[in-house]
Design a protein around this ligand. Structure first.
Ligand code: HEC
Length: 136
């Protein structure tokens, strides 16, 4: 019976440790911190700043629907990063490349079969957006 107390303690500590782990994936946190102002908490383009720019903020939950049912991972990552800015003349949405590069780099294949060194935060954010996709 002597072992009972320490075992309970260990189990309790393990439980406490499990409870303090962040439950949200990093992508969701990055989204809330950087994107909700314009795109809204749900991603549907209804953030508090959405009306301030005189253009529609796109509904990020319908990216796949607008793209024939396929989530265009590489395009989405380029848009967030700021890489497509010049080609498409985007002016409103800020570039997040510099912010997201400030962290670990992973090898990621965004769909072209070529694993490319990519900021883990950019991957997490794009994968989070993929989870938001719905049918209209
Ligand atoms: C200042 C407002 C603003 C913020 C902040 C913002 N966006 Fe945007 N976003 C826009 C606007 C407006 C567009 C439409 C293109 C443009 O004019 O820049 C857009 C376009 C996009 C697109 C392309 C959608 C499509 O259908 O092609 C994606 C993906 C996107 N944003 C993701 C994000 C993510 C992820 C973040 C946070 C890291 C973010 N945005 C932060 C305003 C914003």
């Amino acid at each position: 019976m002597k072992a009972f107390l320490p075992l309970t303690l260990v189990a309790g500590l393990a439980l406490a440790a499990a409870c303090t782990q962040p439950s949200e994936p990093q992508g969701a946190l990055l989204y809330v911190e950087n994107c909700t102002g314009c795109h809204g908490l749900t991603g549907q383009g209804d953030g508090p700043l959405a009306g301030d720019y005189g253009i529609d903020v796109p509904d990020l939950t319908l990216i796949s629907a607008r793209n024939g049912g396929v989530f265009p991972m590489a395009d989405v990552m380029s848009t967030i990063d700021g890489f497509t800015r010049v080609q498409h003349g985007n002016v409103v949405m800020p570039e997040f490349g510099a912010l997201l590069e400030d962290g670990p780099i992973v090898s990621f294949d965004s769909g072209d079969g070529i694993p490319t060194p990519t900021p883990a935060a950019l991957v997490a954010l794009a994968e989070y957006l993929e989870t938001l996709q719905r049918t209209p």
